[in-house]
Design a protein around this ligand. Sequence first.
Ligand SMILES: Cc1cc2nc3c(=O)[nH]c(=O)nc-3n(C[C@H](O)[C@H](O)[C@H](O)COP(=O)(O)O)c2cc1C
Length: 195
Amino acid sequence: MLNDRSSLLSLLETRRSGKPRDLVGPGPTQVELERILTIAARTPDHGTLAPWRFVTVGDDQRDALADVLLGALAEDNPEATDKHREKEINFAHYQGQLVVLVSAPVPDHKIPVWEQQLSCGAAGMNLLLAAHALGFVAGWVTGWRAYSKRVLHAFCEPGERIAGFIFIGHANSDLVDRERPALSNVSHAWTPPSR
Ligand SMILES: Cc1cc2nc3c(=O)[nH]c(=O)nc-3n(C[C@H](O)[C@H](O)[C@H](O)COP(=O)(O)O)c2cc1C
């Protein structure tokens, strides 16, 4: 039990993201992917609304994704260059498994949309942890694509938003950790307001 606990802690203490463009395959098998998404869905959720969805994009759908991104780029940035277009084609074909995390809040509900969006973020975090626990490296990105009308239309119903494109694969070289915030900068004891 102690061993289990120390490996869990070490997993939490060592997880870090990989840059999606640097990931290599293979991504998870279907069974592994379902396990990752099941863990991701096991997330705090005020009102049990499940205000998020996971949209998986298959390897055989990457050309279709590139078409969506190129169409969106043409619409959003008429000045786009060949280099921009190439970047989108590359993005659509990044290796590993792509999961589009969609925030799907229930409107006009007593649970504020903000709390529903927080639950979506928690689902994303759980997804990253589950991928790490299964020996994968994952990376969560947004960028202009997550806000583009045409891309939203391809993945979302009205009122939904893209929380991120999460790629799950393996690192092609050792990952170097980034600097983490000093705890003293992000945590402090409460000072009650003076009466
Ligand atoms: C909602 C969200 C969107 C993000 N979008 C981007 C992005 O577009 N490009 C990027 O380089 N990193 C983006 N990041 C940051 C990376 O996912 C990641 O947090 C960072 O590379 C360090 O990861 P780590 O702290 O998990 O190691 C985003 C993170 C979140 C939570």
